[in-house]
Ligand binder design. Structure first.
Ligand code: ZN
Length: 257
Protein backbone atom coordinates (compact mmCIF):
# COMPACT_ATOMS: atom_id res chain seq x y z
CA UNK A 1 0.00 0.00 0.00
CA UNK A 2 1.43 3.35 -0.98
CA UNK A 3 0.43 6.44 0.87
CA UNK A 4 1.54 9.84 -0.30
CA UNK A 5 2.65 12.29 2.34
CA UNK A 6 -0.30 14.50 1.56
CA UNK A 7 -2.80 11.76 2.15
CA UNK A 8 -1.67 9.66 5.05
CA UNK A 9 -3.70 6.64 6.22
CA UNK A 10 -7.22 7.50 7.14
CA UNK A 11 -8.31 4.55 9.20
CA UNK A 12 -9.60 5.17 12.67
CA UNK A 13 -8.46 3.38 15.80
CA UNK A 14 -12.01 2.20 16.37
CA UNK A 15 -11.85 0.30 13.07
CA UNK A 16 -8.67 -1.42 14.12
CA UNK A 17 -9.13 -5.08 15.03
CA UNK A 18 -9.46 -5.80 18.74
CA UNK A 19 -7.20 -8.43 20.22
CA UNK A 20 -8.74 -11.26 22.15
CA UNK A 21 -5.68 -11.45 24.41
CA UNK A 22 -5.68 -7.71 25.12
CA UNK A 23 -6.25 -6.29 28.59
CA UNK A 24 -9.18 -4.11 29.54
CA UNK A 25 -7.23 -0.97 28.65
CA UNK A 26 -6.67 -2.16 25.09
CA UNK A 27 -2.96 -1.61 25.63
CA UNK A 28 -2.12 -4.01 22.85
CA UNK A 29 -4.58 -2.34 20.53
CA UNK A 30 -3.02 1.06 21.15
CA UNK A 31 0.55 -0.08 20.77
CA UNK A 32 -0.30 -1.97 17.56
CA UNK A 33 -2.15 1.09 16.35
CA UNK A 34 0.88 3.29 17.06
CA UNK A 35 3.11 0.79 15.32
CA UNK A 36 0.75 0.79 12.35
CA UNK A 37 0.79 4.59 12.13
CA UNK A 38 4.57 4.73 12.51
CA UNK A 39 5.03 2.29 9.65
CA UNK A 40 2.30 3.36 7.29
CA UNK A 41 1.66 7.05 7.63
CA UNK A 42 4.87 8.91 6.77
CA UNK A 43 4.59 12.68 6.71
CA UNK A 44 8.19 13.88 6.33
CA UNK A 45 7.13 17.34 5.25
CA UNK A 46 4.99 17.59 8.37
CA UNK A 47 1.96 18.63 6.41
CA UNK A 48 -0.87 19.59 8.74
CA UNK A 49 1.09 18.83 11.91
CA UNK A 50 0.23 20.69 15.10
CA UNK A 51 3.29 22.45 16.56
CA UNK A 52 5.53 20.81 19.13
CA UNK A 53 4.19 22.88 22.03
CA UNK A 54 0.64 21.76 21.25
CA UNK A 55 1.70 18.10 21.22
CA UNK A 56 3.58 18.66 24.47
CA UNK A 57 0.55 20.24 26.13
CA UNK A 58 -1.61 17.40 24.81
CA UNK A 59 0.63 14.90 26.61
CA UNK A 60 1.06 16.93 29.80
CA UNK A 61 -2.45 18.32 30.21
CA UNK A 62 -4.66 16.87 27.49
CA UNK A 63 -7.71 18.82 28.59
CA UNK A 64 -6.09 22.09 27.63
CA UNK A 65 -5.92 21.09 24.00
CA UNK A 66 -8.98 20.86 21.81
CA UNK A 67 -9.51 19.20 18.46
CA UNK A 68 -8.96 22.44 16.49
CA UNK A 69 -5.45 22.90 17.93
CA UNK A 70 -4.72 19.24 17.21
CA UNK A 71 -5.91 19.80 13.64
CA UNK A 72 -8.72 17.31 14.06
CA UNK A 73 -7.69 13.67 14.14
CA UNK A 74 -4.40 14.40 12.42
CA UNK A 75 -2.28 12.65 15.05
CA UNK A 76 -4.08 9.38 14.44
CA UNK A 77 -2.61 9.18 10.95
CA UNK A 78 0.75 10.91 11.10
CA UNK A 79 3.85 8.89 11.94
CA UNK A 80 5.92 11.99 12.72
CA UNK A 81 3.42 13.25 15.30
CA UNK A 82 3.01 9.75 16.72
CA UNK A 83 6.79 9.48 17.13
CA UNK A 84 6.88 12.83 18.93
CA UNK A 85 3.96 11.85 21.16
CA UNK A 86 5.68 8.59 22.12
CA UNK A 87 8.86 10.47 22.99
CA UNK A 88 6.96 13.14 24.94
CA UNK A 89 5.13 10.44 26.89
CA UNK A 90 8.43 8.70 27.60
CA UNK A 91 9.90 11.97 28.93
CA UNK A 92 6.83 12.56 31.08
CA UNK A 93 6.95 9.04 32.51
CA UNK A 94 10.64 9.43 33.20
CA UNK A 95 10.00 12.65 35.05
CA UNK A 96 7.04 11.29 37.02
CA UNK A 97 8.98 8.20 38.02
CA UNK A 98 11.70 10.37 39.45
CA UNK A 99 10.41 11.55 42.80
CA UNK A 100 11.80 14.86 44.07
CA UNK A 101 14.88 13.30 45.55
CA UNK A 102 17.47 14.58 43.14
CA UNK A 103 19.45 17.22 45.01
CA UNK A 104 19.72 15.69 48.45
CA UNK A 105 23.38 16.21 49.00
CA UNK A 106 23.11 19.40 51.05
CA UNK A 107 22.00 19.78 54.62
CA UNK A 108 19.10 17.52 55.45
CA UNK A 109 17.20 20.59 56.59
CA UNK A 110 17.65 22.41 53.31
CA UNK A 111 14.46 23.78 51.85
CA UNK A 112 13.75 20.90 49.48
CA UNK A 113 13.63 18.22 52.18
CA UNK A 114 11.67 20.62 54.37
CA UNK A 115 9.07 20.98 51.63
CA UNK A 116 8.99 17.20 51.31
CA UNK A 117 8.49 16.79 55.06
CA UNK A 118 5.70 19.38 55.12
CA UNK A 119 4.04 17.68 52.12
CA UNK A 120 4.29 14.32 53.84
CA UNK A 121 2.73 15.75 57.00
CA UNK A 122 -0.12 17.28 55.00
CA UNK A 123 -0.70 13.97 53.24
CA UNK A 124 -0.77 12.17 56.58
CA UNK A 125 -3.23 14.70 57.99
CA UNK A 126 -5.43 14.37 54.91
CA UNK A 127 -5.23 10.57 55.01
CA UNK A 128 -6.08 10.55 58.72
CA UNK A 129 -9.05 12.85 58.15
CA UNK A 130 -10.35 10.64 55.37
CA UNK A 131 -9.79 7.59 57.56
CA UNK A 132 -11.56 9.15 60.55
CA UNK A 133 -14.36 10.23 58.26
CA UNK A 134 -14.76 6.73 56.84
CA UNK A 135 -14.40 5.16 60.29
CA UNK A 136 -17.15 7.39 61.69
CA UNK A 137 -19.37 6.53 58.74
CA UNK A 138 -18.80 2.82 59.09
CA UNK A 139 -20.13 2.94 62.64
CA UNK A 140 -23.40 4.47 61.51
CA UNK A 141 -26.57 2.42 61.19
CA UNK A 142 -25.98 1.59 57.57
CA UNK A 143 -27.14 -1.74 56.19
CA UNK A 144 -24.23 -3.95 55.31
CA UNK A 145 -24.83 -4.44 51.65
CA UNK A 146 -21.29 -4.94 50.47
CA UNK A 147 -19.16 -2.88 48.16
CA UNK A 148 -20.26 -1.86 44.71
CA UNK A 149 -17.58 -2.06 42.05
CA UNK A 150 -18.19 0.52 39.37
CA UNK A 151 -16.15 1.35 36.29
CA UNK A 152 -16.48 4.82 34.83
CA UNK A 153 -14.84 5.40 31.48
CA UNK A 154 -13.90 9.02 30.80
CA UNK A 155 -11.25 8.07 28.27
CA UNK A 156 -12.68 9.86 25.27
CA UNK A 157 -13.61 12.92 27.27
CA UNK A 158 -10.30 14.77 27.14
CA UNK A 159 -10.19 14.92 23.38
CA UNK A 160 -13.66 16.07 22.61
CA UNK A 161 -14.51 18.52 25.31
CA UNK A 162 -13.78 22.18 25.37
CA UNK A 163 -12.35 24.15 28.25
CA UNK A 164 -15.78 24.71 29.72
CA UNK A 165 -15.90 21.24 31.13
CA UNK A 166 -17.11 17.78 30.50
CA UNK A 167 -18.96 16.75 27.41
CA UNK A 168 -19.97 13.45 28.97
CA UNK A 169 -23.33 13.03 27.36
CA UNK A 170 -24.38 9.89 29.14
CA UNK A 171 -24.68 10.89 32.75
CA UNK A 172 -22.70 8.77 35.16
CA UNK A 173 -24.74 7.14 37.90
CA UNK A 174 -23.31 5.76 41.13
CA UNK A 175 -25.16 3.76 43.79
CA UNK A 176 -25.61 4.97 47.37
CA UNK A 177 -23.18 2.42 48.64
CA UNK A 178 -19.57 1.95 49.47
CA UNK A 179 -18.17 2.20 45.98
CA UNK A 180 -14.89 0.87 44.66
CA UNK A 181 -14.57 3.21 41.74
CA UNK A 182 -12.43 2.20 38.79
CA UNK A 183 -11.91 5.41 36.89
CA UNK A 184 -10.51 5.41 33.37
CA UNK A 185 -9.25 8.95 32.89
CA UNK A 186 -9.20 10.90 29.61
CA UNK A 187 -6.60 9.68 27.13
CA UNK A 188 -3.06 10.81 27.87
CA UNK A 189 -3.89 11.92 31.41
CA UNK A 190 -0.69 11.91 33.44
CA UNK A 191 0.00 9.06 35.84
CA UNK A 192 0.72 9.77 39.49
CA UNK A 193 -1.11 11.00 42.57
CA UNK A 194 -4.69 12.17 42.22
CA UNK A 195 -7.29 13.59 44.54
CA UNK A 196 -10.77 12.34 43.72
CA UNK A 197 -13.65 14.24 45.24
CA UNK A 198 -17.40 14.36 45.28
CA UNK A 199 -18.95 17.81 45.53
CA UNK A 200 -22.39 19.32 45.09
CA UNK A 201 -21.07 22.02 42.80
CA UNK A 202 -17.88 22.92 41.02
CA UNK A 203 -17.13 25.53 43.65
CA UNK A 204 -18.47 23.65 46.66
CA UNK A 205 -16.23 22.00 49.20
CA UNK A 206 -15.95 18.26 48.70
CA UNK A 207 -18.39 16.07 50.61
CA UNK A 208 -16.23 13.03 49.93
CA UNK A 209 -12.53 12.93 49.27
CA UNK A 210 -10.23 10.14 48.23
CA UNK A 211 -6.68 9.74 47.08
CA UNK A 212 -5.37 7.41 44.44
CA UNK A 213 -2.36 6.69 42.34
CA UNK A 214 -3.11 6.52 38.64
CA UNK A 215 -1.14 4.27 36.34
CA UNK A 216 -0.91 4.60 32.60
CA UNK A 217 -0.24 2.24 29.77
CA UNK A 218 0.02 3.64 26.28
CA UNK A 219 -2.67 6.30 26.04
CA UNK A 220 -4.81 4.93 28.88
CA UNK A 221 -4.63 6.14 32.46
CA UNK A 222 -6.69 4.65 35.26
CA UNK A 223 -7.05 4.73 39.00
CA UNK A 224 -9.02 2.98 41.70
CA UNK A 225 -10.49 4.76 44.66
CA UNK A 226 -13.01 3.86 47.35
CA UNK A 227 -15.77 6.38 47.99
CA UNK A 228 -18.36 6.05 50.71
CA UNK A 229 -21.60 7.29 49.16
CA UNK A 230 -23.90 5.49 51.59
CA UNK A 231 -25.39 8.48 53.36
CA UNK A 232 -25.34 11.00 50.54
CA UNK A 233 -28.73 12.31 49.60
CA UNK A 234 -29.81 11.08 46.16
CA UNK A 235 -29.33 13.70 43.50
CA UNK A 236 -26.81 15.37 41.25
CA UNK A 237 -23.17 15.73 42.20
CA UNK A 238 -19.85 16.37 40.58
CA UNK A 239 -16.98 13.96 40.53
CA UNK A 240 -13.74 15.94 40.63
CA UNK A 241 -10.28 14.72 39.71
CA UNK A 242 -7.12 16.66 40.36
CA UNK A 243 -3.63 15.53 39.47
CA UNK A 244 -1.05 16.58 42.03
CA UNK A 245 1.05 18.19 39.32
CA UNK A 246 -1.79 20.37 38.05
CA UNK A 247 -3.68 23.30 39.49
CA UNK A 248 -7.01 22.46 37.90
CA UNK A 249 -9.70 20.12 39.13
CA UNK A 250 -11.78 18.55 36.37
CA UNK A 251 -15.44 17.89 37.13
CA UNK A 252 -17.82 15.32 35.72
CA UNK A 253 -21.51 15.48 36.59
CA UNK A 254 -23.06 12.33 37.99
CA UNK A 255 -26.05 11.20 39.98
CA UNK A 256 -26.27 9.28 43.19
CA UNK A 257 -29.34 7.11 43.30
ZN1 ZN B 1 1.78 15.27 12.04
Amino acid sequence: MVRGSENPGKESVSNFPKFAEDDENDTLLFSRWEEHVLNNCPNPERIGCPDYETLKTFVETPRKVGLPELHGDHITHCSECTRELIELRRLREERLNQPAQVPQTRSWWGWRPAVAVVSLCLMLVAATMVWINQDAKSKGPVPEDGIAEVTVDLSADGVVRDSEGSSVDKLISLPRRLVDLHLILPYYSPAGDYRVMVAQGRNSPPVRLGQAIATSQAARTELRVRLDLRDLRPGRYYLGTKHDGEATTYFYPFTVG
